[in-house]
Ligand binder design. Structure first.
Ligand SMILES: *Cc1c(COP(=O)(O)O)cnc(C)c1O
Length: 414
């Protein structure tokens, strides 16, 4: 943002616009504009806090916006899954009373010590004996007194076969090796948990049922008392060509499978949704700078909010904001603004065939791993944020979804 325009944009943040078209009419923005929909994030948060049969921790990495954190807190989300010391500090500064859970299984010793001694973090995850030793060491008092108030969650490796983005290879201890680690952790933990992550955008509740079967085997194998079962993230949102079953089906399947686990009678069930809580929070307005056949050169891309569109070929819903464009649609691909060939989003993105340079496009469902991914590479990356009051391009929380077995298209709300 140019310095002279800062005050101008700053004052706009107080504005609420009805929708993307109104933003374009008012601002004719030369740079991408992030649209915030606090009402959509609040609705998602209330859905989880009211319907998930346990506690919902927001996975901050999906979108660390302080405005969003405040929206989630106001809607009843009290626990936050943080993965770095910077996220610990950010959430602590934004929400002084929030409960923080440090769920990255590989942490720096200094990060654990600061989280525990300075920021009141008591819950940590781990997947190795080395990490357990590190946590015990870093939380011991200066007088040599070991911490007696730790909740420690052992991360189990589970399959990512039902998810669009795998988280299976990096973290998690194999079932075959889990018993000694669970037993050693039980010795030093006030509360012992087991956690896992089925991968992001899990397209069937069966992913969690299968993972919970592995939890059962681990608990039986180790013969330990387990106080927390944490089913992690992975709850899906709606994208073109990816319409998952209703979240109620996930909650019911998890509830049934967790109820029958051989865990402590007073045990707690947790989940760590990232995507599902924030996907509907943001969309993005981009400008078409140039057209070349069925390729559109736009002013955001792989190094901006469209990381997943470029790097994992994800499709997002799009809407042309130009006036009087044709009803005939063409499959377009996008080039982003940097000089890098990799700044390319294959799509296809279905837009009016006569879309032209100077037109604006709204790209929907970018609240998770979209707005959070913007970098300053090549001098791009500035984007103002404004609030809009219309509905996101698709929603899992409006109760008006078509039966997913009948269609895998996005439910358009316009
Ligand atoms: C990324 C992550 C999450 C959130 O995953 P989503 O797929 O966005 O729900 C939750 N827990 C852990 C440990 C993570 O790394």
């Amino acid at each position: 943002m140019l310095p002279g325009r800062k005050a101008y944009w700053g004052s706009l943040e107080l504005h609420h616009f009805p929708d993307a078209s109104a933003v374009v009419r008012a601002l004719s923005p030369d740079e991408p504009v992030i649209l915030n929909r606090p009402h959509a994030a609040a609705r998602a948060a209330r859905f989880f806090t009211q319907k998930f049969p346990g506690k919902s921790l927001y996975a901050v990495k999906a979108n660390p916006s302080q405005d969003l954190l405040q929206v989630l807190w106001d809607a009843g989300v009290t626990h936050y899954d943080v993965a770095s010391i910077a996220e610990v500090r950010l959430v602590r500064a934004t929400l002084p009373e929030a409960v923080l859970c440090f769920m990255h299984p590989v942490k720096a010793r200094a990060a654990i010590a600061e989280a525990y001694h300075v920021h009141g973090v008591r819950t940590f995850s781990l997947d190795s004996h080395e990490e357990l030793a590190k946590i015990v060491d870093a939380t011991t008092s200066p007088a040599g007194e070991p911490a007696a108030d730790l909740s420690l969650c052992v991360r189990l490796r589970v399959s990512s076969e039902f998810s669009e983005l795998s988280l299976a290879s990096k973290f998690g201890i194999d079932l075959a090796d889990a018993a000694p680690l669970l037993q050693a952790t039980r010795q030093v933990a006030d509360a012992l948990g087991i956690c896992f992550h089925v991968g992001s955008q899990a397209m069937t509740p069966f992913a969690y049922v299968q993972a919970l079967e592995r939890v059962r085997a681990a608990v039986v194998d180790a013969s330990v008392t387990v106080d927390i079962v944490d089913v992690g993230g992975g709850f899906p949102s709606i994208y073109p060509g990816m319409e998952p079953p209703p979240l109620e089906d996930y909650f019911a399947a998890i509830h049934r499978a967790a109820e029958s686990l051989p865990v402590s009678y007073s045990s707690e069930l947790w989940c760590e949704p990232g995507r599902a809580l924030c996907a509907e929070y943001n969309s993005l307005i981009v400008k078409v700078e140039k057209t070349r056949g069925d390729e559109l050169y736009i002013n955001d891309g792989a190094y901006g909010a469209l990381y997943d569109a470029a790097h994992v070929g994800w499709r997002f819903p799009v809407l042309c904001l130009g006036e009087d464009r044709s009803d005939a649609l063409t499959d377009f691909s996008f080039y982003g603004p940097t000089c890098d060939d990799a700044d390319y989003m294959q799509g296809p993105f279905l837009l009016p065939s006569d879309i032209r340079a100077g037109d604006y496009i709204e790209i929907g469902m970018l609240g998770a791993y979209g707005a959070a991914m913007k970098t300053a590479f090549n001098g791009f990356g500035q984007a103002a944020a404004v609030t809009v009051t219309d509905e996101p391009m698709a929603s899992q929380y409006l109760g008006n979804r078509r039966d997913p077995r009948q269609s895998d298209n996005v439910v358009s709300l316009r």
